[in-house]
Design a protein around this ligand. Structure first.
Ligand SMILES: [Zn+2]
Ligand SMILES: [Zn+2]
Length: 347
């Protein structure tokens, strides 16, 4: 389809050519089918998975690749008959696909589709001026450009908390308070659970507290085991969400959780992890994986942000223009603890 009243146009995009190498290129306009919506990309958030793509450490990425899956955009053309998506509407994007036929899709859990292609990972993403998307992947919300960008990363933590069936009766531990863990902290505390945040970085712990965490533990300085016993009357927490991805935290989750507790893994461990598996049986644990997010997680995060119950400004480290995006990824790669969230503005 030719947009813009029949005239083809070119646009700028960040293209990763190979690990460690990205540049701004001119690419043709996006092609959509008749029902697709043309969007002007306003802002894109970078997360750990983009950093892995930049470093060549994400096995799902092939090159060249345009990254970007945390997106704030504005409808430019085509409402697909959907009045919620008239021209000028600001939207967040659901960056996953689902095949409709695999076991996950048939169980109505398309977030874990066997053949999922995430924007910017298995297919080209949003670090470009315009993109096209099917209307059902768009979430309009009365939020700022920055807030719209934070929706997707927060949904991943929301989904994990939903997998853990967290209620207001629970004491919940979130291990790792980076972008994903922070969403889990916000989700858990918004369900009324007493939420304990664990990290090795005091800045992240402060942000976790501002996101609703009741207690914080810096596991470099304090004994995780002793503090958790102290805070739970010796029983251990009801739910532990692991959002780090190291062997030590994978193991600590099953060791520290209470009897009949629930453990939710979001982190990807880069190496095999050995376990004392008797704890699975002895404690009769629910050990759960959590991947991506469901539409209801998007709605829950939009409600949280619309209620101004998340410290948006504190959560963002820096906003850079598109032409500085590759440099931003490089300095993040050289110094991973320096940034919480980098946003790329395309306005
Ligand atoms: Zn992300
Ligand atoms: Zn599927």
């Amino acid at each position: 389809m030719i947009w813009a009243r029949g005239r083809a146009f070119n646009m700028k995009a960040l293209v990763l050519h190979k690990p460690g190498q990205g540049s701004i290129e001119t690419i043709p306009e996006p092609a959509g089918d008749g029902s697709d919506i043309l969007l002007k990309v306003r802002m894109v958030g970078l997360c750990g998975s983009d950093l892995s793509s930049f470093r060549g450490l994400n096995p799902l990425v092939t090159y060249p690749r345009i990254p970007g899956h945390e997106v704030s955009a504005t409808v430019v053309q085509g409402d697909g008959g959907d009045s919620r998506l008239s021209v000028g509407t600001d939207v967040a994007i659901f960056p996953y696909t689902s095949c409709g036929k695999c076991a996950s899709c048939l169980r109505r859990r398309p977030n874990a589709c066997q053949f999922n292609e995430t924007l910017g990972v298995q297919r080209d993403g949003a670090l470009t001026e315009f993109i096209v998307m099917p209307p059902e992947k768009l979430y309009p919300a009365r939020l700022t450009t920055t807030e719209l960008c934070l929706i997707e990363p927060l949904t991943v933590g929301f989904h994990a908390v939903s997998r853990g069936r967290v209620t207001g009766e629970d004491t919940v531990v979130i291990m790792g308070c980076g972008g994903v863990g922070l969403g889990a902290v916000a989700a858990s505390s918004s369900r009324g659970a007493r939420t304990i945040c664990v990290d090795v970085d005091d800045d992240k712990l402060e942000l976790a507290r501002a996101s609703g965490g009741a207690h914080t533990i810096n596991s470099l300085r304090e004994s995780l085991h002793d503090r958790l016993r102290e805070l739970t009357g010796g029983r251990g927490p009801d739910v532990i969400v692991e959002a780090v991805g190291t062997a030590a935290t994978f193991r600590a989750a099953v060791e520290e959780v209470s009897f009949t507790g629930r453990v939710v893994y979001i982190g990807y461990a880069k190496e095999p992890v050995s376990y004392e598996t008797k704890l699975f049986v002895q404690k009769e644990l629910d050990v759960l994986g959590s991947r991506n997010a469901q539409p209801e997680d998007f709605h829950a995060v939009i409600r949280l942000l619309e209620g101004r119950r998340f410290p948006v400004d504190q959560a963002v480290s820096v906003v850079v223009p598109l032409y500085e995006a590759a440099d931003a990824l490089r300095s993040w790669s050289e110094n991973p603890s320096r940034f919480k969230k980098i946003l790329v503005s395309l306005d």
